[in-house]
Design a protein around this ligand. Sequence first.
Ligand code: AMP
Length: 383
Amino acid sequence: MIHSMKDAPLKNKNIVIRLDLNVPVQDGKVTDTTRIDRVKPTIDTLRESGVAKITILSHFGRPKGEEKPEFSLGFLPPVLSRCWGVDVGFGPDTAEKITLLENLRFSPGEEENDPNFAKELAVHGDIYINDAFSVSHRAHASVEAITKFLPSYAGLNLHKEIDALEKALSTPKRPVAAIIGGAKVSSKLSLIKNLLPKMDMIVLGGGMANTFFLAEGHDVGKSLAEADMTAEAKSILTEAKAQNCEIILPMDGLMAKEFAKGADYRETSIDNIANDEMMLDIGTQSAEMIKEKLGAAKTVLWNGPMGAFEIPPFDHGTVAVARYVAARTKSGDVLSIGGGGDTVSALSHAGVSDDFSYISTAGGAFLEWLEGKTLPGIAALDR
Ligand code: AMP
């Protein structure tokens, strides 16, 4: 049983809280504050509960256990102060009531789940809170080992995230469909395999679909595909039949000679891709067919866009399917859950961010949860 921080004796306590403040930064500016804004209610609740001090732990980028100035979190406290409307200090020795510690991944102990490093972190508090679902698939010191030294609780977002995902996956309303697209083919093939026994249908789009076309003997030209994964794709298709899970593949697409905004393209069937073309989006017929198939679903899980949605017109398929799922969610016919960084952007691009039942900003953790894997950070709270 995971205890929420709402049940913790917070008054006058020093809190150590793990957040995911690994925000996107361009030219020294934070370009998207979603991750910061999402934890504001947690910070507000802690303050209203009369805690003594809040020490925030986060990683930023991949400094790989070394102190690299370009990965310092020193730039962030003013941004946090602005977003949360409260002063935030930097480092352990500030006078502020809320302080952010330096990038956890400056210490090799973080990713090694080193108990000694965890102990150093635990020194800052009487109570530990994990409000970073997106890193909970990692057995890292600030996520796992630290729970051995302090009474540990789930933050408001983490709790909400688990509730939403459990609702969708433990006893989903059937039929349940997964939409898997995007470009990370090899890592997602194992996901698809693990989803087969749980799903009634799996819609494949984006770069994912191309590897399956190859497996079925189609020529995919210059399309993103992983030729060395075709055997795996074939075995998924066979296994799906045995598991009674319908695999839905596009039948047409938008083919272009270059991966560029406004590139010339033609819409044609997937057995008609020229050698110098790549499929950058699903076609109109496929979008219609996918919508029709999804019409039967009561639960829809989504990770990965149907095409290269960042470069119009190759956003059509993603937008069409996203709006359809959003409309069915709004009418109460479907419980829909989207997850993963690119999926969040794709759904936002389609203008449906507020219309899905739940959108998880977590990438890896969301996928591992879908696969039914135990997340070390969550298991650590469950004792
Ligand atoms: P992922 O992180 O695996 O969800 O992949 C997201 C990325 O996949 C996005 O940046 C898309 O532009 C890209 N993508 C989707 N479909 C295609 C495609 N058919 N060809 C190339 N890239 C694609």
